[in-house]
Write a protein that binds this ligand. Structure first.
Ligand SMILES: [Cu+2]
Length: 152
């Protein structure tokens, strides 16, 4: 009885090891604080997918709509627009930051206050088509903390 048990334990451990390796990690996440009458704000973070993949969805209970945005030049003006997905090259840290790619939270009823946190859910699709869900809790930073402002 002991040997099969040990073998299955070893198998379970190696499976868990594989899962941990495949996990996409997020660090340094934060949300820009708001003042009335703003209804939208940006969320920023660093994300690394060991196997590579893409962000295919974002949502938050505080926002009616959430999107992944990119910055583009329109004439002489930087503007932002929604993109379907954000590519995550294998093992490379992708930084979402003011003035670059960011998460856009829209349709927010109450301005988000510094010192509070916001739940955000990211869906990442791996190269194999498997989806993983990341539940984040992002701190709200004061509006002034964001140096690079961009147009909405
Ligand atoms: Cu945006």
């Amino acid at each position: 009885m002991i040997k099969p048990l040990l073998r299955s334990l070893a198998l379970a451990t190696s499976l868990m090891g594989t899962a941990a390796l495949a996990q996409t990690t997020v660090t340094d996440g934060w949300v820009r604080g708001m003042v009335a009458p703003q209804r939208a704000t940006g969320a920023f973070l660093k994300i690394t997918s060991p196997q590579g993949g893409k962000i295919v969805a974002v949502s938050s209970p505080v926002a009616r709509t959430s999107e992944v945005h990119e910055m583009v030049m329109q004439g002489n003006v930087m503007a932002m627009r929604a993109i379907e997905s954000l590519e995550l090259p294998a093992g490379k840290t992708v930084e979402l930051k003011p003035g670059g790619h960011h998460l856009m939270l829209m349709g927010i009823e109450q301005p988000l206050q510094p010192g509070t946190t916001v739940p955000v859910t990211l869906t990442v699709e791996g190269k194999d088509g498997k989806r993983e869900t990341l539940q984040l809790t992002l701190p709200v930073k004061p509006l002034a903390a964001a140096a690079a402002e961009h147009k909405h």
